[in-house]
Design a protein around this ligand. Structure first.
Ligand SMILES: Cc1cc2nc3c(=O)[nH]c(=O)nc-3n(C[C@H](O)[C@H](O)[C@H](O)COP(=O)(O)OP(=O)(O)OC[C@H]3O[C@@H](n4cnc5c(N)ncnc54)[C@H](O)[C@@H]3O)c2cc1C
Length: 435
């Protein structure tokens, strides 16, 4: 069985950026034999949230490569150039391409690593490969769409699996009910309810706001209630001094603080990323409610300061018992569909790595995103997108992707001088070790 220097779990932006960074290192004569495993059948970026009017919430300059290497061939600008849209894009006068276009850019970059990615396989566990008392390697087990299990060996692992839908406790018993679904599955799920007339959206963030506006153009013209505990929808603050927290050097600043200081920083800037839609979107939503007041038809409701105390499913709808925290009144409302725009969890690496838990302690990472293990653990295990508590709010976003992938790539090369081969640029990058 071939042993890879590195297996990357997931092939979203984080690991595509890593593939690019490693490709650049290969051209500098440093080779890491990397294979990525992606559960989707092909690349697509948050496919069920590729809404018609959605655009990026970050400058295209924070693409997969530019901040590390503006002359990389994997920049968004080079993508535009190759697609012959560079001049037209200039005339758009925006830093924020549509999400559709950025998805196309990411897919264009991913396609250049087709030979290094196994699509259609979900990694379900990583087990230690022992030599005596030492974990010398990692056995990565994945399952394809028909249930067949595959195993591969790696000296190092990078887990970049993104977020998993966060489903509030009250809704967990209804996960098999097609009328209750998370925003991450929105487009596919709403297509299964073309006749839904009463829809609830739970949440106050960007996804909730985008879905509310998307439903405005739904042919069925549903009544949509926006339900949130917050007093108001607050905009994300992307003003320049605040935005500095997403600069790459801020990662060092956060990492070098004490635990309580990091928590304080996260709390202070939490609203830059969470429960904070774009101002423009908030204005559009306000306009919808204003126009319905002019028309005198209360089609949609803005249920702020509302808590959902119970959920019940019957053939005629999903019944929510709503507690108005302002007036302390309670009422029940039935919906044909309930959309949970309730964010994402970032802990699924712990499930994948559970067989290694005794070597990993409390899953602390070092500055280069490497999990700190016991001395027996010889393999490097790195995390992308799950280090917000130690590295700051940029960790789950695209902000530092180009820089972080280089830091991890360099750490990989430093970690494995014996097994990661160096060869003269232009010569064959063949590295095969037989177990
Ligand atoms: C709707 C939406 C819009 C966003 N817009 C922006 C934005 O404009 N700007 C910004 O900075 N950030 C945005 N984000 C944040 C987002 O996290 C990052 O943009 C980016 O997707 C992070 O890349 P990633 O590769 O770490 O994670 P992901 O993009 O989530 O990719 C993870 C990949 O791993 C795969 N995977 C998961 N589990 C397994 C497994 N067990 N085995 C194999 N493969 C697996 C998934 O299929 C997926 O392809 C947005 C997030 C969402 C949900």
């Amino acid at each position: 069985m071939q042993i890879h220097d590195l297996i990357g779990v997931g092939f979203g932006p984080s690991n595509i950026a890593l593939a690019i960074a490693l490709d650049e290192k290969r051209h500098q004569g440093q080779f890491v034999d990397a294979l990525f495993i992606e559960k989707q059948p092909g690349f697509v970026w948050h496919k069920n949230m590729l809404l018609d009017n959605a655009h990026m919430q970050i400058s295209f300059i924070k693409d997969l490569a530019t901040l590390r290497n503006p002359s990389s061939r994997f920049t968004f600008l080079n993508y535009l150039h190759e697609k012959q849209r560079l001049q037209d894009f200039v005339n758009l006068k925006t830093f924020f391409p549509s999400r559709h276009e950025f998805n196309d850019y990411l897919g264009w970059a991913a396609a250049q690593f087709e030979d290094r990615c196994a699509y259609g396989e979900a990694v379900f566990e990583v087990v230690p490969e022992m030599r005596g008392t030492e974990v010398q390697m990692l056995r990565v087990r994945s399952r394809d769409a028909v249930g067949a299990v595959r195993e591969r060996l790696a000296r190092n692992l990078v887990v970049s699996v993104g977020g998993m839908p966060n489903v509030p406790t009250r809704f967990q018993p209804f996960q098999d009910d097609a009328r209750v679904f998370h925003s991450s599955g929105y487009l596919a799920a709403i297509a299964r309810h073309p006749k839904a007339e009463r829809i609830a959206i739970v949440g106050a963030g960007q996804s909730a706001a985008e879905i509310f506006m998307d439903l405005q153009s739904h042919p069925n013209k549903p009544e949509v209630d926006l339900i949130m505990r917050a007093r108001s929808i607050k905009p994300s603050d992307d003003s320049p001094f605040v935005n500095e927290i997403f600069n790459a050097d801020f990662t060092d600043f956060v990492f070098n603080r004490s635990g309580p200081e990091r928590t304080e920083l996260l709390e202070e800037f939490w609203h830059t990323n969470y429960a904070a839609p774009d101002l423009e979107l908030i204005q559009q939503i306000f306009n919808v409610f204003y126009r319905q007041r002019v028309a005198g038809v209360a089609r949609h409701a803005f249920l702020r300061r509302h808590e959902i105390s119970t959920v019940r499913a019957t053939p005629d709808g999903i019944h929510l018992s709503l507690h108005d925290l302002n007036t302390n009144q309670r009422r029940n409302k039935a919906y044909d569909a309930v959309i949970l725009a309730t964010g994402y969890r970032r802990d699924s690496h712990k499930t994948l790595l559970n067989p290694l838990a005794s070597y990993l302690g409390d899953f602390t990472v070092d500055r280069n995103y490497r999990l700190q293990g016991t001395p027996e653990l010889k393999s490097g295990i790195f995390l992308q997108g799950a280090c917000e508590m130690s590295h700051g709010l940029s960790d789950t976003l695209l902000s530092v992707t180009a820089i972080r992938s280089d830091e991890i790539g360099q750490a990989l090369l430093n970690t494995q001088p014996r097994t990661t081969q160096t060869y003269a640029a232009g010569r064959s990058p063949y590295v095969a070790t037989v177990l």
